[in-house]
Ligand binder design. Structure first.
Ligand code: MV4
Length: 448
């Protein structure tokens, strides 16, 4: 087992990882930007290293500074958290080269799944159903032909995109030429790769993802699914497990395909396979996320399995000490993402000093955050400031518990989306569990 781990992240996820290390008796190194000197992850870690100015590219994405921080402090492993460098195959490869364990899959697997078109092809070849669509389209003539074959509406997706970045919906051939060129140009700017592919737009459908844990001895388990259809501009807002929209049969089938997919690519560590599920319970592979996800806590609550601790054990070469038959998904968990933003001002990010903080409590209520009284939320980073997670025996009970917890939560000094979360929970379509990926558009159209 590692004796010291460097956490290459900030905010609530850095705190979450430090807690797991502490419980495992592993020393921790925090890295921080000049804007994060007073951040909670810095105070909680055993050691800390300033890695540069506030801007992400100068600090949390500064590969050289992070690797040298690990070398100077003698950290044997780096946990990248989510976002930032977590799916950067070059960074993972550099860790491997420097003899620092990257807590995540091998760099080759990250690269393979990071190419969303290659991921599709790999899955298709191993028998996993994929969204109807086509391969890479290099020029407009070829793209037009593909578009005619697939039909409208369709989505143009960036090869190097993922998580909804670089996606464009096209409803007709009239819109297509313009959309194709702008999508490609935007992808070139955003990812340094203008390559795009086409997919049939599946609607109505639900976004359901399967959580996997795979060790380096060929053992793989699936830890149930998460329903993630409540998204705004491809940013998830609320997640729940189990999904209220899939049958037990579908769940089992998707789980088996997820394990099959992971084995096909030689996957190791925690990973997630995203599927679209239609109203006839047909499901299709969308993409694989080769990292810990923001919403991992939902799975932890229904399975009782600590995903971060298992990520660390797997990276240290330990085998899973339980099998699929030992995994049971119990009760229902919901997560509400608390963002520092103002929904009535076009979701404008909000920063400033936290003047009052009251965190809800009670049984099976969890709040993952890096906030504390008098902390100043800096303006440079992601707007996620907390994750409120509840667990109960039934979905109805979990919804009521979440409503009570949201009522109790007090954060003053920055604007937050807590009222929006309460609107989601109160909406009849959400309550029915029969919502699709367009839920937020429908909610925003229902003016009170
Ligand atoms: C889709 C889709 C429908 N058809 N692809 C969004 C995140 C990224 N992982 C893929 N996403 C989607 N891909 C096909 N072929 C629907 C989504 C999607 C979505 C789309 C519009 C508005 C909200 C959404 C929420 C979840 C998934």
């Amino acid at each position: 087992m590692f004796s010291k781990i460097l956490i290459a992240n900030r905010g609530e996820i850095a705190v979450r990882i430090i807690r797991a290390c502490k419980e495992m008796g592993i020393a921790t190194v925090a890295v921080f930007s000049e804007a994060d000197r007073d951040a909670l992850h810095v105070s909680l870690a055993d050691e800390s290293v300033c890695i540069g100015p506030a801007q992400l590219k100068d600090s949390y994405l500064n590969v050289a500074a992070i690797i040298s921080a690990a070398e100077v402090t003698g950290a044997g492993a780096i946990h990248p958290g989510y976002g930032l460098l977590s799916e950067n195959a070059k960074f993972a490869a550099l860790c491997e080269k420097c003899n620092i364990a990257f807590i995540g899959p091998p760099s080759g697997v990250i690269a393979k799944m990071g190419d969303k078109d290659m991921a599709r092809q790999t899955m298709q070849a191993s028998g996993v159903p994929v969204v109807p669509g086509g391969g890479m389209v290099d020029d407009f003539k070829q793209a037009e032909k593909e578009a005619r074959r697939i039909g409208f509406p369709l989505l143009i997706k960036a090869r190097s995109g993922g998580g909804g970045r670089g996606i464009r919906l096209v409803r007709s051939m009239e819109e297509f030429e313009n959309a194709f060129h702008t999508a490609s140009a935007e992808a070139k700017i955003a990812f340094g790769d203008g390559a795009v592919y086409l997919e049939k737009y599946l609607y109505p459908a639900k976004h359901v993802e399967m959580q996997l844990l795979c060790d380096n001895q060929g053992n793989a388990v699936v830890l149930g699914e998460r329903e993630c259809s409540v998204q705004r501009k491809h940013q998830k807002l609320l997640e729940e497990s189990p999904s209220p929209g899939i049958s037990q049969e579908t769940r089992m089938k998707m789980g088996r395909f997820a394990v099959q997919a992971a084995r096909a690519v030689g996957y190791v560590n925690a990973g997630t396979i995203e599927f679209l599920v239609d109203d006839s319970q047909n499901f299709y592979f969308m993409e694989m996320n080769t990292r810990l996800q923001v919403e991992h806590a939902v799975t932890e609550m229904v399975t009782g399995i600590d995903l971060v601790k298992w990520q660390i054990r797997i990276a240290a070469g330990l085998p899973l000490n339980f099998g699929q038959k030992d995994v049971s998904v119990g009760g229902h968990a919901i997560e509400c993402r608390i963002n520092a933003e103002n929904p009535s001002l076009g979701f404008r990010p909000s920063s400033g000093k936290i003047t009052l903080l009251h965190i809800p409590g009670g049984p099976w209520v969890r709040f993952d955050t890096a906030l504390f009284q008098d902390y100043t939320v800096p303006p440079f980073y992601d707007s996620l400031i907390g994750k409120l997670i509840v667990h109960a025996q039934t979905r109805e009970e979990a919804i009521r518990k979440m409503q009570a917890a949201l009522c109790e939560l007090v954060i003053t000094g920055v604007d937050t989306n807590t009222d929006l979360q309460r609107k989601i929970l109160a909406h009849p379509l959400f309550r029915s569990g029969r919502y699709h990926t367009d839920f937020m558009e429908k909610l925003e159209a229902t003016k009170p």
